[in-house]
Write a protein that binds this ligand. Structure first.
Ligand code: PEP
Ligand code: MN
Length: 337
């Protein structure tokens, strides 16, 4: 249920409405937009009658939200959410570029990558320290040591860091270094992890599960939001289909759809969608044209030698070329990279 307040409603009116509805046993979330103040109610709202709430001082109208996701919906918050990460902001005109290796492999590798992707125009450095691998025999990441190297890369380059967190217990540790917690496709429905990330003060990039519908992605976001963390960035990274030429099938319609359904910023990962490096540029161009707020791209100093996802990783020159080629596309849709 959402309560739209009159523009003439005073802060006292708003607080009184919040107190009254919370007494009725539901949780409220306040969204103060430029034009409208909305109070979103979640929990057992069926027991609340619209007409009763309608009579509270300062209330313009009361609406029921038909979609299962509430806090993530545009009905709850009509204005786009801006997620700020140090000096950069997802959900503004500038499309934020996140780049770096699939996994942190060594101190030298991550330090060099940080400097080079920054020079090319990236604002955030990616690199997995804890890696969710399909095979238990594959490289699992440098773990704590990887986090240490990321912290050094952050200090030396000034770039913000995004890195994956795989379990609720890891959230505090990863959060010491990460400016954004990455929740990977395999963990999109790890509800204990979503709840822990919801209690963290750090922004969260939530990747779409490889077999998840957009509604399931938004419901996963709802877990984070309803636990108190409003800084969620959604990320399309391809879904599994019968097509074999790509690692996943990029669902480009996710970009305008998520933007329509939700106020949360939308990011896209062309690397994991494609699985092959020559598709990364065309998919990135399409994503920019479709309206993404950010791109997360795998870049490695020597992709042939990468310990994971080398086939889809770009080298530094390829990444730099990609950034240049995205500029006119961004301009054509009134954005910039
Ligand atoms: C990654 O970003 O390295 C990763 C494992 O991606 P995904 O969770 O989308 O598979
Ligand atoms: Mn990867």
């Amino acid at each position: 249920m959402i309560i739209v307040m009159k523009t003439s409603a005073t802060p006292e009116d708003i607080q009184t409405v919040i107190n009254k509805v919370e007494k009725m046993g539901v949780k409220s979330h306040l969204s103060e937009g430029k034009e409208k103040t909305i109070i979103g109610l979640v929990g057992n709202v069926v027991s609340i009658s619209e007409s009763q709430v309608q009579n509270f001082e300062g209330v313009e109208k009361v609406l029921r939200v038909s979609k299962p996701f509430k806090l993530a919906s545009r009905e709850f918050k009509p204005e786009k959410t801006e997620v700020k990460v140090n000096g950069v902001s997802f959900g503004q005109k500038k499309i934020i570029l996140i780049a770096g290796p699939c996994a942190v492999e060594s101190r030298e590798q991550i330090l060099e990558t940080a400097i080079r992707v920054k020079e090319a125009g990236a604002s955030i450095l990616r690199g997995g320290a804890f890696k969710p691998r399909t095979s238990p025999y594959s490289f699992q990441g440098l773990k704590e040591k990887g986090l240490e190297f990321l912290a050094e890369a952050k200090e030396k380059s000034g770039l913000s860091i995004i890195t994956e967190v795989m379990s609720p217990e890891q959230v505090p540790l990863v959060g010491e270094v990460a400016d954004i917690l990455q929740i990977g496709a395999r963990n999109m429905q790890n509800y204990a992890l979503l709840e822990a990330a919801g209690k963290s003060p750090k922004p969260v990039l939530l990747k779409r599960g490889m077999m998840a519908t957009l509604e399931e992605l938004l419901m996963a976001a709802e877990y984070i939001l309803s636990n108190g963390n409003s800084k969620v960035i959604l990320c399309e990274r391809g879904i599994r289909t019968f097509e074999k030429y790509t690692r996943n099938t990029l669902d480009m319609s996710a970009v305008p759809l998520l933007t329509k359904l939700s106020h949360l910023p939308v990011c896209l990962d062309p690397s994991h969608a494609a699985g092959v490096r020559d598709l990364v540029l065309p998919l990135s161009k399409a994503a920019v044209a479709a309206g993404v707020d950010g791109l997360i791209i795998e870049v490695h100093p020597n992709p042939e030698k990468a310990l994971s996802d080398g086939a889809q990783s770009l080298n530094f020159d390829e990444f730099s070329t990609l950034v240049d080629k995205l500029k006119p596309v961004a301009e054509a849709v009134d954005r910039k990279v």
